[in-house]
Design a protein around this ligand. Structure first.
Ligand code: TRH
Length: 391
């Protein structure tokens, strides 16, 4: 089966992160011949450094990467076409799909949407829209947290690899050594931080510095860095542009700046930390598979639409929470609102979060267990493909 996935990178890494993961999973686990069409190969190369951005077509991890530009044509008929996040296909591509429909079987055409737990998503998942000019059918695929939705991306071997990693201190030591952080295991607490610009970072850093437990804060080079630099200026009078490899300590906090990690390394970072601050959608899903406590900085949208999305997702978690964790849930919700700028933040709030970490751990590993019991996105998609190929 031939599958084409289209990804239009505008900013950040979420869209390509999801498309690339799905491409690999369909190729590796379902033996599909997958072509990934990407508009901006230089940005993609930040996630996949082995990529050569100047090449129009190249193999990568069992898939074929194509440079997607306005004049691109399909190189062959495709059975399944996945449009990532409403990126529009050019007319000549749609014409080719129509020709394919006239001469044989039309391609199955999916519009992969952003993850959301809003109730309307469950109704809209699987809805079909008819392309006005060609009559081709396009199906909307909504990743989410319930059985009625499109599911969440989770590779078949992921949880096994996670468990093995978390039980194997040798593997963890090698991971830290690979990041030039052989001293990481000496810290009683490790926290990862991946966020957008965020005023609450300063309060979190203050709480960590003043806490009685020594913390290593791991920050992949990202949009969190300027807020950390500002805090370092005001607390250490350190006027410095942070660089990859920097390690700076103040009171009981050590901040380490990491390079942008590979997908596997980033998963391992989430597995190795006691608490993860994550952002966007793909990292949020990965943090849920890590089964560790996490705080989500949701992608900010106009008119605060993201806050509705955040609440809907927390409501989903609440529905699954055992009664004994309801108090922890309320505290976690407070922290989540403050991290997203919806309520005021202060160092005390983050101090409380650190104190309650063990309780939260139970709450969120329960939630992770609930999600794990459901089929993943690729499996749901392939079941759907099987049903629709027979029609
Ligand atoms: O980069 P993001 O902020 O992506 C965002 C959102 O997904 C948003 O919905 C979308 O509209 C916008 O992009 C365009 O966060 P996200 O989704 O978590 O994507 C980050 C990707 O980068 C994810 O695949 C994990 C990966 N990653 C690494 O591979 N290495 C790293 O070191 C880090 C920090 C992330």
């Amino acid at each position: 089966m031939h599958c084409a996935i289209f990804c239009n990178i505008i900013d950040n890494f979420g869209d390509i992160g999801v498309c690339w993961r799905l491409a690999r999973q369909l190729a590796v686990e379902y033996q599909l011949n997958v072509s990934l069409f990407v508009n901006d190969l230089s940005s993609f190369a930040i996630l996949a450094p082995q990529l050569q951005p100047e090449l129009a077509i190249q193999p990568l991890d069992q898939i074929t990467v194509h440079h997607w530009h306005p004049d691109v044509y399909f190189d062959q008929p495709y059975d399944l076409i996945i449009e990532g996040f409403g990126c529009r296909l050019e007319d000549q591509l749609i014409d080719q799909m129509q020709q394919q429909a006239i001469t044989g079987q039309p391609p199955l055409w999916i519009n992969l949407e952003y993850m959301s737990a809003e109730p309307w998503v469950m109704d809209c998942h699987g809805m079909v829209s008819i392309h006005p000019a060609t009559g081709l059918k396009q199906t909307f695929w909504f990743p989410s947290t319930t059985k009625q939705s499109g599911g969440l991306i989770r590779e078949q071997c992921l949880l096994g690899e996670r468990d093995q990693f978390q039980q194997d201190s040798q593997q963890q030591a090698e991971f830290w050594h690979g990041l030039d952080l052989s001293n990481a295991m000496q810290f009683s607490r490790k926290i990862s931080l991946f966020s957008y610009e965020n005023n609450a970072i300063a309060d979190l850093l203050t709480a960590l510095a003043e806490d009685s437990i020594a913390t290593l804060l791991l920050v992949p080079k990202s949009r969190s860095i300027p807020d950390i630099e500002l805090w370092l200026q005001s607390h250490l009078q350190l006027h410095k542009t942070l660089q990859i490899g920097d390690q700076i300590s103040y009171q009981n906090l050590t901040i380490a700046v990491l390079p942008f990690l590979s997908h596997l390394q980033y998963d391992q970072l989430l597995w190795a930390c006691d608490l993860n601050f994550i952002r966007g959608e793909d990292s949020c899903v990965r943090a849920q598979w890590a089964g560790k406590p996490f705080i989500w900085h949701i992608y900010p949208q106009e008119e605060n639409a993201h806050l509705i999305k955040l609440q809907a997702w927390m409501d989903q978690v609440k529905q699954q929470v055992k009664n004994e964790y309801l108090a922890d849930y309320a505290a976690w919700q407070t922290a989540m609102q403050a991290w997203n700028g919806n309520t005021p933040s202060n160092p005390k709030l983050w101090q409380q979060l650190l104190t309650d970490l063990a309780e939260w751990s139970n709450l969120l590993s329960d939630w992770s267990g609930f999600l794990t019991a459901q089929p993943d996105l690729a499996r749901r998609l392939m079941q759907w493909v099987e049903q629709h190929q027979l029609e």
